[in-house]
Design a protein around this ligand. Sequence first.
Ligand SMILES: *Cc1c(COP(=O)(O)O)cnc(C)c1O
Length: 412
Amino acid sequence: MYESAPAPAPNLHPATLVVAAARPAPEENSPVNTPVHFTSTFHGTQPDSTPGQRVYARMSNPGFDGPEQLLAQLEQVSDPVVTPALLFGSGMAAITAALHLVPVGAHILVPRHAYQGLGSLLDQLVDDGRIRITRVDITDTHTVRKALVDGETTGHPVDMVWLESPTNPMLEVADLAALIELAHQHRALTVVDNTFATPLVQTPLSLGADVVVHSVTKYLAGHSDVVLGAAVTDDEALHARLQAHRTQFGGIPGPMEVFLALRGMRTLALRMERSMANAAELALRLESLQAVETSEALAVPAVRYPGLASHEGHRLATTTMHGGFGAVLTLDVGSAPRADAVVHALQLWTPATSLGGVESLVERRRRFSSEPATVPEGLLRLSVGIEHVEDLWTDLRQALRAATSDQTTTVG
Ligand SMILES: *Cc1c(COP(=O)(O)O)cnc(C)c1O
């Protein structure tokens, strides 16, 4: 039986860490990669409190140790062996575990624009009488402060502040450090969904966040072939509660999914580098299209990308995000039919929900009835992949043209 290697020294660059960490100890004849352990149970006679004792695979699996320590290290926890990341069967399972850190009746502040799966879950929990929520514009720190103060004066103090930056799908940028400090002044727990930025770009725990959650499905795994989630914390007590939740509620992932995610994480740095460079280039070109082709009124999209100087959160993003601004951008082409026409005309971009894979995806977000009305009808969310940027651009350009002439024909 092999032993998991100790995590490499933390002074390695993240791009090296994702390659070097999470491998078996380098003993003669030991495998270079962690085997997949398809087992539901483990030989055992010792009490379950025995350190390192494996009991049943709903609690742990030897194949999880490496990737869990690696992700914790990327998120800059102080000791990844003591508080490794906790992998869950999906991002939503990790989110569910984090929401259970507050009691029934708790008051949770959430971004008005956030992952729609979170929004739907919270609405359900409110309907069920389990929690109280207040939706806030998290780009406006004063509004958040007011909500925290209002909670106290009305006898419903805020127990948890849920943060997401950049937000999905509006790509708003929040002052994470200020909001986390504010929340803590009001004794509220802070959770940050770091899916869009990834730990290569933003590490909320280093800004004081209590818990970070991930949809590993997206950039971390990176190939649109696995559904997986994670929760990360630097706090031992919170870690124990999240781990107990996973065991008790049963949101443990399958061993094959974890293997696929680790395999994907090996190239995280490379993929992010290329995806972010592509996204930045496409955002610039789309913006200059706006300036040059004003006569082509129908297809002139409004571009949103935190890396653009024109984005209202750009300056803030340069302080919280490092090495890039993510690889999601949005285009508002003005109306649902026009947006649908663009999606229809695209040949290389895949029309599908989700993000963070090697392939470029596009979708009109308001096709989901759960997306709030403040998200424009004509908003397209583009998840930029690792293809050659010229091919992505050529396809986008022809689709915008085709949508314009379609519209002209319809109108004329
Ligand atoms: C996809 C997504 C989730 C949900 O993750 P699943 O793995 O689909 O359960 C949560 N947050 C964000 C920001 C996401 O994009």
